[in-house]
Design a protein around this ligand. Structure first.
Ligand code: UDX
Ligand code: ADP
Length: 468
């Protein structure tokens, strides 16, 4: 029976997942470990506003379980040694150099975790892949672990491993609810006992019909497929948003009329500035890489198009903004509402705001950022990854009060669908803006019927210019 868990990686996946398991399984002791000591310190912070991950409902649960059966620790080796189940929840970004650069996942953190497990584990240990990984990663983990197994067996020490795949399906912003009430839990593997042990863990709160078991490769591929399908829906609706703008159709009406077909469904049909986040692009790139590897060029081309449309949508919105501002944004003040890749998270990975901001900076615009959960330091760190920010330091600033920030602004761009942006008092704001003033609603969240002021031009994704 699993009674002691170690989770390697205290990020957006590891942190919330282990918090929910700790809450639902009070008899299991859980240690979440990370090589990043600052992150561990932040997870242990007395001030719950300083947790490294912002997720609705997370703070309340942390308060309940932290230092009872959930611990955040930097003593990785000891926590591995004491564990009978180890979740690998480390980052797996796309490789930036070398073979497969820009296409394949960088597995160095997974490999490092496997090596550390193989050195420190004790007795029989179930090793569980939690991070999204390319298909057949379990093979890499198994090989690393089995080398150690043989070596240790030679020394007659008791050390053995079972490797399972148990992909996470949580979406940021709703992670706690997704974990508490999952649509399904997927467990892939070939060791029936290990599968049963993990299944028993989830049975503490998940209905047995929702727990499905498959072989390892099906489990890994299902995760990539699910994300590819979701991303594909967004690219599909974004492609239609451009047709709506050209024809006078309204994207929300089209999405509703289409989605009400129960075979299609209403979810994931919101047009926007293109999908972001750490998973969609990476997972599709992994799928495309896999297709190339197996000589399935047409299949790879099909999925690659989902990413191409996403990039096209991002660029299309940037061009619309510049064109409407008379093709010249030099020295103009632009207020950008939202830097996180979606609402209710502080995660900025692959946020569509990054590329847009850099494009606007290159045209000499002055940008003022606003985000309820992302700090100016985080924004600068994110931009710095993609551009030489030194060149633009005089062009960027941050404002925590968006009414103050709108003074003499030429344009406001809504990039993240934070609730507070739906509730903005446009009458108050437009009085402060320079004329002609523009609002670009890249998320389609504004209800035009409620905006009374005449002093504003509004462009909305999937609708075009709706007020001027
Ligand atoms: C995704 C998957 O949903 C989740 O199952 C998986 O475990 C991890 O990847 P996440 O990236 O956290 O989760 O968020 P998600 O809600 O899927 O949104 C991804 C991106 O798509 C965001 O940028 C979001 O704004 C965008 N999106 C989503 C749209 O533009 N329109 C939609 O209708 C839905
Ligand atoms: P995700 O969204 O997949 O959770 P994050 O980047 O938020 O990704 O979190 C992954 C975490 O894994 C990071 O905090 C990182 O420091 C940690 N990590 C990476 N490699 C190791 C390792 N070998 N041992 C322990 N922690 C690691």
């Amino acid at each position: 029976m699993i009674s002691n868990i170690c989770c390697i990686g205290a990020g957006y996946v590891g942190g919330p997942t282990m918090t929910v398991i700790a809450d639902r399984c009070p008899n299991i002791l859980i240690n979440v470990v990370d090589t990043n000591a600052e992150k561990i310190k932040a997870w242990n912070s007395e001030d719950l506003n300083k947790l490294p991950v912002f997720e609705p409902g997370l703070r309340e649960l942390i308060k309940k379980v932290r230092n009872k059966n959930l611990f955040f620790s930097s003593d990785i080796d000891l926590c591995i040694k004491n564990a009978d189940a180890i979740f690998i929840s480390v980052n797996t970004p796309i490789k930036t150099s070398g073979l497969g650069a820009g296409e394949a996942s960088d597995l160095k953190w997974v490999e490092a975790s496997a090596r550390r497990i193989s050195e420190n584990a004790n007795g029989h240990t179930i090793v569980i892949e939690k991070s999204t990984l390319p298909v057949r990663t379990a093979k890499v983990i198994k090989e690393i672990l089995s080398t150690q197994e043989i070596y240790e067996n030679d020394n007659e020490r008791n050390k053995s491993f079972s490797v399972l795949s148990n992909p996470e399906f949580l979406a940021e912003g709703t992670a706690i609810k997704d974990l508490q009430e999952p649509d399904r839990v997927l467990i892939g593997g070939d060791d029936k006992n290990a599968i049963l042990e993990l299944k028993k863990l989830y049975l503490n709160w998940v209905d047995k019909h929702k727990i499905i078991t498959t072989n390892l490769w099906s489990s890994e591929l299902s995760k990539l497929t699910a994300n590819a399908f979701l991303a594909q829906r967004i690219s599909s609706i974004n492609s239609i948003s451009a047709i709506c703008e050209a024809t006078g159709a309204d994207i929300k009406e089209v999405a509703k009329a289409t989605g009400l077909d129960s075979r299609i469904g209403l979810k994931f049909l919101k047009a926007g500035p293109g999908f972001g986040g750490s998973c969609f692009k990476k997972d599709i790139l992994n799928l495309v890489y896999l297709c190339k590897y197996f000589n399935l060029r047409q299949v790879g081309d099909f999925w690659e198009q989902v990413i191409k449309i996403n990039e096209w949508q991002r660029n299309r919105i940037y061009e619309i903004i510049v064109k409407n501002l008379f093709g010249n944004i030099s020295d103009k003040k632009i207020l950008i509402l939202g830097f996180s890749f979606k609402a209710n998270t502080n995660d900025t990975r692959e946020s569509p705001t990054i590329g847009l901001s850099i494009n606007l900076l290159k045209e000499n615009a002055n940008l003022v950022f606003h985000d309820p959960q992302v700090s100016f330091d985080q924004i600068k760190n994110e931009l710095e990854k993609f551009t030489d920010l030194q060149k633009y330091t005089n062009q960027i600033s941050f404002c925590s009060n968006l009414y103050n920030a709108s003074d003499y602004a030429d344009a406001i761009i809504i990039m993240t669908e934070w609730k507070e942006y739906e509730l903005v008092d446009w009458e108050k704001i437009t009085k402060k803006m320079r004329k002609p003033s523009w609002v670009f609603d890249a998320r389609g969240i504004l209800d035009i019927s409620k905006i009374r002021t005449e002093n504003i031009n509004i462009w909305q994704v999937g609708n075009g210019v709706i007020k001027n």
